[in-house]
Ligand binder design. Sequence first.
Ligand SMILES: O=C([O-])CC(=O)C(=O)O
Ligand SMILES: [Mg+2]
Length: 388
Amino acid sequence: MKIVDIREVAKPIKSNIRNAYIDFSKMTLSLVAVVTDVIRDGKPVIGYGFNSNGRYGQGSLIRERFRPRLLEAAPESLVNDAGDNLDPHRIWATMMTNEKPGGHGERSVAVGTIDMAVWDAVAKIAGKPLYQLLAEQYGNGTPGRRVFVYAAGGYYHPGQDLEALKNEMRGYLERGYKVVKKKIGGAPLAEDLRRIEAILSILPAGCKLAVDANGRFDLPTAIQYAKALSQYDLFWYEEAGDPLDYALQAELANHYAGPMATGENLFSMQDARNLIRYGGMRADRDWLQFDCALSYGLVEYLRTLEMLKDNGWSPARCIPHGGHQMSLNIAAGLGLGGNESYPDLFQPYGGFPDGVKVVDSYIEMPELPGIGFEGKADLIAEMRALAS
Ligand SMILES: O=C([O-])CC(=O)C(=O)O
Ligand SMILES: [Mg+2]
């Protein structure tokens, strides 16, 4: 059993939106296919992966370092002891040969992208949904197939007025979401508050709004926003300051009693551990958004979950960034608190298999082998085009 090829292509996921930090006019991702010589249903098993929005495609790192390391490795060094499947942990260790610790920059995105494709292949070789395999191998044996999802949007669109913003949010509510998210920090505070109040004015009872500053604020601004936001009952206040400024996050907890969220720009177990050690995050109310597709993949995310357990955090406090099906599988298999979703953005990469409906902000995972990409027609068409 072996990996016979790893293919990569950069794909545009651009749109004319911006958050407080970046616009998405040139956003790309890397799409990867890991081709194996294992035959299922008369065809070779191919695992697929991609990195989530926010970072860019990682083709050069994949082509120059991670792909050759895997293709040059002895095939038997990449399989499990039983010899009946690929071993994601051994594959991960091979990719990370001759990589020093620290400085997790973009390398973690390249590795996370390939890691996603490896897990897709592993679950397909095992003939089960990835969430089922994860529950059996790393969880309590039984997946929780109902997963909480929220609708991320509320970006700064050119020319979008408050009425259009409300209509965008109504669209999410009509599609079954009860939690919606908007951006803050890309406009003056007074304007952000008008935008927030416009959305709150149309949210029915039981629905909530989260806000996301994308790491824009210095401490005084983060506190100024914290004071202003305290008047609302928000789902969370996300990524107020620089993702690596743990002291800012810790101080902010003295000024904001409601739930806060961060972690999408932490790319390793060690960075996540620093957030837990020094970031003042509160295990009874705050949310952790580490995204395996940006942070060395699920092999590393399993280490992060162990670290959280050692520090008294439940996996249920994790709602990953990124809106991809990989994190849906982890959520269902290992009991995370849910997953992000971008109903109108970054298609065809985000979202759910066709026919999956959001009801009361939950989806039910269908029974598809692997991550489930084959159940999403527009996405699998792009993936097959790369593999063929
Ligand atoms: O706007 C982005 O970069 C995405 C983001 O922060 C999120 O989905 O939480
Ligand atoms: Mg965010």
